[in-house]
Design a binder for this molecule. Structure first.
Ligand code: HEM
Ligand code: HEM
Length: 189
């Protein structure tokens, strides 16, 4: 069993985490920005979201090829199961959130094309761009997108709380193996 995350896994973890946190803030703020900024901000949101989707697909493939380090012996079987379940949920949300965004723009009656940072056209999901009741379907995907964003915030808060508890209370190497620039704290007296 490996004892460390690979450099690639660590790099992707922090890059995707930063992008997702930025995108959550951007998503909730962009509805209220002045109208003249929307044609700049919305395409940016879409391009960044699709980038997160592509990076996540690569990350999952990488993860399937490189085992994660084993959890500390001191953790109970229940704690280990909760940890694995949380990580699976985080991966599901990292796919589901951008997919629901992609579905919402693909079915939008506005029919605005999606380009990746203005460099090339990103295709809309084929079935959704051809349906009749676009307004309702796009609205429903919008609701899903928003709900998944709220669930993402909850999961991230729990995930960060668990990481901080491991570092500052339990004082094991869980945080430092994902953040190798930090030092594990000495055991408590
Ligand atoms: C991890 C990636 C993403 C995150 C964290 C994210 C987050 C959000 C949030 C928090 C909102 C505001 C809540 C809402 O109105 O639904 C939002 C809105 C929106 N997102 Fe995303 N999003 C992501 C990916 C995408 C992608 C890939 C697309 C399209 C290709 C997209 C398109 C949109 C659009 C068009 C809206 C406005 C919806 C409306 O006004 O009804 N998002 N996003
Ligand atoms: C959007 C934000 C974040 C997402 C989506 C996310 C997602 C994930 C996922 C999916 C894993 C599992 C890695 C694997 O074994 O394949 C993971 C591990 C980890 N994350 Fe995050 N993370 C985020 C932010 C953070 C932050 C801010 C911290 C620190 C305060 C953190 C600390 C950790 C640690 C310590 C691990 C390793 C857990 C272990 O070794 O079992 N994460 N994260």
């Amino acid at each position: 069993m490996d004892t460390q995350y690979t450099k690639v896994a660590i790099f992707l973890h922090w890059l995707i985490a930063l992008l997702i946190i930025g995108m959550l803030a951007m998503g909730f703020l962009m509805e209220d920005i002045p109208n003249e900024l929307k044609p700049v901000v919305y395409p940016l949101h879409k391009s960044m979201g699709l980038t997160i989707l592509a990076l996540t697909v690569f990350r999952i493939v990488w993860r399937l090829m490189h085992k994660a380090p084993a959890l500390p012996e001191a953790m109970s079987a229940l704690e280990k199961n909760i940890s694995h379940a949380m990580h699976t949920l985080l991966y599901l949300i990292m796919i589901g959130l951008p997919m629901s965004g992609w579905a919402l723009v693909s079915s939008s009656p506005k029919g605005i094309p999606t380009t990746w940072f203005g460099l090339f056209d990103w295709p809309h999901l084929p079935v959704l761009s051809e349906i009749d009741n676009k307004k309702e379907v796009s609205h429903s995907f919008g609701e899903v997108h928003e709900t998944l964003a709220v669930i993402a915030i909850l999961l991230i808060v729990l995930h960060v709380a668990a990481a901080l508890k491991h570092h500052f209370v339990v004082r094991d190497n869980i945080l430092t193996r994902m953040a190798p620039w930090l030092k594990p704290l000495p055991p408590k007296e």
